[in-house]
Design a binder for this molecule. Structure first.
Ligand SMILES: Nc1ncnc2c1ncn2[C@@H]1O[C@H](COP(=O)(O)OP(=O)(O)OP(=O)(O)O)[C@@H](O)[C@H]1O
Length: 251
């Protein structure tokens, strides 16, 4: 179990180039147990690349990533192509690469919001249900750090709201840190303790209401976020990270 005093994961001065293009520039961030942190940014701004670098699937060109010892990482990718002719049940999918007890599988499916679907064919699931099966797979080892890349895509509005409520339950139950990429600014405002605005480098970060007021954020997303802010203000939940009330203007 990682020491609760130390961050679960920390990136220091991370740079990552692909084909000589600078995709991530000088990224420094950390995430602690119990935090929900959302990465927002325009298409192609490096959000997925950042998550892949943090899980160790892509090698940074320079900089350092420090993971807490004993870190159990769950990752929900943006998309995963499964050959529709592959006869794979949800249970078998969750048993890859190693087997889990019936009880662990049932519990993960319930937490992910698709209870009782263990024996369904994976290809029979709708897009939103498939996304939840990916979530169940990430939850099955009770991660202390959960990373989700656009995991609410394919969910309808009610499904998205429910999905974010579930994230909060998961955080509260497992005490894990959650890092997610999302385009859905409305729900981001509700669920995140901290928002990181990425456009290859970190433009600004801080509490949601502080970031949405930051000129760097407004330059990227415009100012049409009043509804999102109103939603956020009408649904306050506890924010244990008061140190982050002001955005860090990082360039
Ligand atoms: N394997 C790769 N090979 C070549 N270019 C890549 C690769 N992975 C990412 N890129 C490039 O890096 C840039 C950032 O991509 P990334 O997927 O991280 O962006 P993103 O912010 O997640 O975008 P979106 O919001 O559209 O999902 C893009 O220009 C993309 O083309």
């Amino acid at each position: 179990m990682p020491n609760p005093q130390t961050p679960l994961i920390q990136a220091d001065s991370l740079n990552l180039r692909i084909n000589d293009n600078p995709i991530l520039q000088d990224i420094t961030l950390s995430l602690s147990a119990g935090e929900i942190v959302t990465v927002v940014g325009p298409n192609g701004s490096g959000k997925s690349t950042l998550l892949r670098a943090l899980i160790g699937a892509m090698r940074p060109t320079s900089g350092r990533i420090t993971r807490a010892s004993g870190l159990r990482l769950g990752y929900v990718p943006q998309r995963l192509h499964i050959d529709p002719t592959l006869p794979l049940s949800v249970r078998r999918f969750l048993n890859l690469p190693r087997r889990h007890s019936r009880q662990a599988i049932d519990q993960a499916l319930e937490q992910a919001g698709i209870p009782g679907r263990a024996d369904s064919a994976l290809t029979s699931l709708s897009g939103g249900q498939f996304q939840r099966a990916l979530m169940a797979r990430a939850l099955i080892d009770a991660p202390n750090l959960l990373m989700l890349d656009e995991a609410s895509q394919g969910l309808d509005q009610a499904g998205t709201a429910e999905f974010y409520r579930q994230l909060e339950h998961i955080r509260d139950r497992l005490g894990c840190g959650i890092l997610l990429v999302s385009h859905d600014l409305h729900v981001v405002m509700r669920a995140a303790d901290r928002v990181i605005c990425l456009n290859h480098h970190i433009c600004c970060q801080g509490r949601p209401e502080a970031v949405t007021a930051a000129p760097e954020y407004r330059a990227l997303f415009g100012t049409d976020d009043d509804t999102a802010l109103a939603l956020f203000r009408h649904n306050p939940h506890h924010h244990p990270h008061d140190a982050h009330t002001e955005p860090d203007h990082a360039g």
